[in-house]
Design a protein around this ligand. Structure first.
Ligand code: PFF
Length: 453
């Protein structure tokens, strides 16, 4: 195998990789999930644990994933097979790739349903722009959407279609433009909303909610959710970054640097989303705690109604959020598709993407139905959708991350590591290696244990 290129294509530059990896990281996780998880898990303490997980666990594992990918240049399963062979370690490590592919399929199944909600909202604002009814009672609008399996299925299907088109074409085409222009636009819009938040006079209170920890709120479960959120937000633990790393050229590209750039951008967007949403929540007299998955859909439209060109903002916001979700869903579908391409032949890319997306769409129907027809069904006290989310995000991603850390720290050949991280000073390299060997695994294990016990 020629290790300088991948059969799946290559990113044209360092910037393209950074855009694609940021596009993967920044998505519903930052703007939909982070605020409501913060709202549901006690505010500041959750946020601080989350930030700690990003720095101590997320960033080192992000680097490990990209490095493994860039060395192997194949889909995760075949990359791991190659590494296991070359390093003479146990075949069981290949299981990391399987966990990743299964987690990706499960996550994409409900991710696409939620992305469908954002498409629906963009559509509502578009209609309003042309004289349609405004969203005057956001809570009722949201409830009505969830109550309709047909609408949910339609938007979920449309979103999956958008995703499969890009993945079938090959990731670089199409993706690049989406990320290069639209992601900065989303960022700007968030800044506008933060500005609006400041004008409400509730920014101080929001910052207190976001950053002042109330440790009495915290238990094993909150730790688990914060860690799951860190993995989810950075797209870690399911070999997505490994897959993207496989298409990363070697020349002059430092993995630590790109890793830091991606982690910083991702975290900034999440914090900005929090700073945009909580002032609105407070200024309209809603409770910051316990917002649930509907939080942005029930609070932001209130602000858009009150703003002078709110309809335009509403359209832009939900439209751009759908784009952010799109660049993430592409990365959720890619690992499984790349594996299928390797298994069944290189020219089968379209078919492979379609088959995987079809599977995710079908599984997504479980989530759709759990919001209405099957809302009474409970698995371990959770709805079907919540259960899938818990298993995939909060358990499989940290478990995948734990194994990636151990594999990189203990099983991989030191020469491979040093060769991939040649620009890194010795001291930092050693620190990174011990983070992977000891610190990250212990933290993940402690969190998993504290949630179970
Ligand atoms: N990081 C994405 C988000 O925050 O929306 C979601 C995601 C994408 C998770 C890719 C995992 C993944 F592999």
């Amino acid at each position: 195998m020629d290790k300088t290129t991948s059969i799946h294509g290559m990113w044209s530059s360092r910037l393209t990789f950074i855009l694609a990896a940021t596009g993967s990281a920044v998505g519903l996780g930052n703007i939909w999930r982070f605020p409501y998880m913060t709202s549901d898990n006690g505010g500041g303490a959750f946020v601080l644990v989350y930030l700690g997980c990003i720095a101590m666990v997320g960033l080192p594992i992000l680097m490990a994933e990209v490095l493994i990918g860039r060395h192997g240049r194949m889909s995760p399963i075949n990359t791991l097979r190659g590494l296991v062979r070359d390093s003479g370690v146990g075949k069981a490590w290949v299981g990391i790739g399987w966990i990743g592919i299964i987690a990706g399929i499960l996550i994409l199944s409900f991710y696409s349903v939620v992305a469908g909600w954002t498409l629906h909202y963009a559509w509502l604002y578009l209609k309003q722009l042309f004289g349609g009814a405004g969203i005057t009672d956001p809570a009722a609008t949201f409830t009505a959407l969830l109550a309709s399996p047909l609408e949910l299925t339609f938007w979920h299907g449309l979103f999956m279609l958008l995703t499969v088109v890009v993945v079938a074409m090959g990731v670089e085409k199409g993706l690049e433009r989406a990320v290069r222009f639209l992601m900065p636009a989303l960022f700007l819009l968030l800044l506008v909303l933060v500005g609006y938040g400041m004008s409400t006079g509730y920014m101080g209170q929001s910052l207190t909610f976001l950053f002042r920890p109330d440790w009495s709120e915290i238990d094993g479960n909150v730790f688990l959710r914060a860690m799951g959120q860190a993995f989810f937000s950075l797209s870690l633990g399911m070999c997505t970054m490994m897959t993207y790393g496989a298409y990363l050229p070697r020349e002059g590209i430092s993995i630590p640097r790109v890793g830091i750039a991606v982690a910083l951008t991702d975290t900034t967007v999440a914090l900005l989303a929090g700073m945009a949403i909580f002032p609105i929540v407070l200024s309209f007299g809603l409770e910051p705690a316990g917002g649930g998955p509907g939080l942005i859909f029930t609070s932001l439209p209130l602000a858009f109604e009150a703003m002078s060109v709110g309809v335009v903002y509403g359209l832009l916001f939900f439209g751009l959020l759908a784009v952010a979700a799109w660049t993430s869903s592409i990365s959720l579908l890619e690992p499984a598709t790349a594996f299928m391409v390797e298994k069944f032949g290189i020219r089968r890319r379209k078919l492979a993407a379609l088959a995987m997306a079809g599977l995710c769409w079908l599984l997504g129907l479980l989530s759709v139905l759990s919001l209405n027809v099957w809302s009474e069904v409970r698995i371990f006290d959770r709805s079907i959708m919540d259960f899938i989310e818990l298993v995939a995000n909060d358990l499989m991603l940290p478990l995948g991350g734990l194994l990636i850390a151990l594999f990189t720290g203990w099983a991989l050949n030191l020469t491979i590591l040093r060769e991939q991280l040649s620009e890194m000073p010795d001291g930092l390299f050693t620190a990174w290696r011990w983070l992977l060997r000891i610190v990250a695994p212990l933290l993940v294990l402690a969190v998993l244990a504290s949630a179970v016990l």
